[in-house]
Structure formats: C-alpha cells, structure tokens
Design a binder for this molecule. Structure first.
Ligand SMILES: *Cc1c(COP(=O)(O)O)cnc(C)c1O
Length: 367
C-alpha cells in the first residue's frame, strides 16, 4: 500500500508560501505529480490556495484541465509541437515557449486565428536544456510585433544546481536572468518572472521574483540537502506478505541462488518487485520494518515479489501472513534511500509503480 498524505503536501505548499512571502507559489504536478496522483494532489493544492500548475506535456495538461477547477492556470513545460496550437487555445493552456520555432509557431497561430492567446517564455540561463538562448531572447525583444503576437505573461528560467547551495552557477544564472528581466520589463511592464524550483526557494529572496515553481519539496524531497529536511514526509510504502515458510533444511533463496539460509530460518515473500520500480526505489537489497523490527531482503529481487529474511522475529510464523513490511517510512526516508542507492528522491518517487494500491490521507478542505 502506498500511503500519500495530502495534508502533508498542503502544509509543505503553505510552508513554501510563507517563505516566498510576496511571491505566488505554483504547484508542479508533472509526471502524475511525481507518481503520487496529479488529480488528488492538484486538487489538494487548489484547496489551500494554489492557482497555477505546471505540467510537462499537452496530454498531461489536458487531463489537468479536466480535473482541476476552471480558474486553474495551467502551463505546459514541454512547449508546443506545431499543429497543437488550437488545442492549447481551446483548452486554455499556456505553452512555455522554449525555442525560436515555437515562438514563431505561436505567433503565427495567434495571427491566423485572430486571437491573442497568452504564453510563457523560457530562457536558457545555464542549464542548456529547454529555453531560448540569450541571443535568441535578445532578438525576440528587438521585434515588438513578434513579442505582441505571442502575448507572454511570464518569463521563466530553470536552475541547474539549486540543490547545491554554494554552486557558482546559481549566482550566474540569477545574473543572466536579471539581465533578461531588465531587457523585457520596459517593453512589457505587466510581465511576471519566475526562476526558482524547490531548492531555488531556499537560495534566498533574490531568486524568488513573482512565482515559485516547487515540485519535489511538496512531495517531501529534501530541497536543502546540506542541512536537514525542512519538509514534512508525504509517502509511506508497505508491501503485503503473501507467503511465509520456515526452512526444514538449508536452502538457496531466489533466482540464480545468490543466497543460502540454514535450517530453521524463516522467510517471507512480499508483493512488489522490480516491475514496480522497487530496485530503483529501494535498491537491490531493500530493508524494511515488520512490526517495528528491522528485516532485510535476501536473494535476488523478482519481477513481482521480493523475499525477506524474517528469522530473527519472535512471533508465530503464521501470524506474519497478511502483515505488511514497511519499506518507506519515517526511518527509511526518501533522503536516506536516495543516499543509500546513489539515486535521487525524484527517481525514488517517480519509480513507484502503478500496481501499488494508493491510499490518500485526507487534506484540509478536501475530500
Ligand atoms: C520539474 C520542474 C520544476 C520543479 O522542480 P523541483 O526541483 O521538483 O522543485 C520547476 N521548473 C521546471 C521548469 C521544471 O521542469
């Protein structure tokens, strides 16, 4: 069972809102809200005041348009593919224009349709992924007709190293972004600006501008890895035990017989394996808690199941059946697991497979 605490997500959002002071705070709910359920999470955020949402693709954004209230503002980070313009306009979705070709396409669509549908512009200030390069941005700013035709409401950029608070790129990206702001602000005085993702919020006020774009921190991933995690934990994962046995003789365990246990040892087989992303989430040899006691996986993880050595437990073996082994909880936190497996909290969450039943702990003002 994957338990998702909507109230914790809400309080994480409110915490960022308090840190952001005058800045608005969006909710980044792309990739199905990092695997936690974009509809539940999006509506929980809406219930505490979030009105702006970022999705990755047109498909994700169309889904969000159907499950979020009508006044939700929805941005699509992946930009537009030509031919999709009308769908954006009809569904009131805001494309984040990331390249000169998408700027041109949006302008043309607005001119052709006689509309002035709004957009966001993204500049590349140092991450070298999506975004207009600075020289492209400068030529856009020199073409007032083109700028009017794309009707931008937001200028944004994305930080590459905000989780490394002392990395010099943070200041460099800020400086480059400020140059862009100074160039375009006189041309479009109403334009808003946005630079910070979750970790960027914690770099300081200078990085905040008008709109914060946190994803990870909402979901309990530590935005400040150099100090403790200021966010509340959001997820718990427990795997049901489907079979138990006590070995009457020494035996090899699992595929390729990588492990051996001696007579008298006890094992428990749980539902959940690498097809559920567990090798990425928990590592090849997960640990877990069973009735508050630490147990370890043994042998090679299977596609649909994992075997735990439960020899040390002082309980009747039959009583273990139908119990659950907790593999993500306050002791086995996202921070701890990602360090142990040299992965990222982002990967831990987005690897959680769709086969885990989801259970939502209720949020504030929210069903
Ligand atoms: C994913 C994403 C975010 C959210 O980043 P977090 O590190 O999860 O807070 C913000 N902005 C853009 C452009 C993104 O792609």
């Amino acid at each position: 069972m994957l338990t998702i605490d909507l109230a914790a997500i809400q309080s994480n959002w409110l915490k960022l809102k308090a840190i952001g002071a005058n800045a608005a705070v969006a909710g980044v709910i792309k990739a199905n809200a990092y695997g936690l359920g974009a509809s539940k999470v999006g509506n929980a955020l809406y219930a505490v005041g979030c009105r702006e949402f970022f999705l990755a693709s047109l498909d994700e954004a169309l889904a969000a348009r159907s499950f979020l209230p009508a006044d939700a503002v929805i941005y699509v980070l992946g930009g537009i593919h030509s031919g999709d313009e009308l769908l954006y306009i009809d569904s009131n979705l805001i494309p984040v224009l990331c390249s000169s070709s998408s700027v041109t396409a949006w302008a043309k669509a607005n001119i052709r349709l006689g509309t002035s549908a709004i957009s966001a512009i993204k500049v590349n200030t140092g991450m070298t992924r999506f975004g207009l390069d600075i020289y492209e941005f400068e030529s856009l700013c020199a073409d007032m007709d083109l700028l009017r035709a794309i009707n931008p409401v937001l200028l944004m950029s994305h930080l590459a190293c905000a989780d490394a608070h002392e990395h010099p790129l943070n200041q460099q990206q800020l400086n480059r972004f400020i140059n862009c702001v100074n160039l375009i602000h006189p041309l479009l005085p109403g334009l808003r600006f946005s630079l910070a993702n979750s970790s960027g919020v914690f770099l300081g006020d200078k990085w905040h501008f008008d709109l914060l774009r946190p994803g990870a921190a909402l979901y309990g991933i530590n935005p400040t890895p150099h100090i403790g995690n200021p966010m509340e934990p959001v997820v718990r994962l427990s795997l049901p035990i489907t079979q138990v046995r006590e070995l009457d003789a020494a035996a090899v365990i699992g595929y390729s017989s990588t492990a051996v246990l001696s007579a008298g040892a006890r094992v428990a087989v749980v539902s959940g394996g690498y097809a559920d992303g567990l090798h990425r989430t928990l590592g090849a040899q997960p640990a877990g808690y069973l009735s508050g006691q630490l147990v370890k996986a043994i042998g090679r993880m299977s596609m649909d199941s994992t075997i735990f050595d439960v020899s040390g437990l002082d309980v009747r073996i039959e009583s273990l059946l139908e119990q659950e082994i907790e593999v993500i909880n306050s002791s086995l936190s996202l921070d701890y697991l990602s360090k142990k497996n040299s992965s990222l909290g982002y990967e831990v969450l987005t690897s959680l497979g769709p086969r885990f039943p989801r259970s939502y702990l209720r949020g504030l003002h929210n069903d």
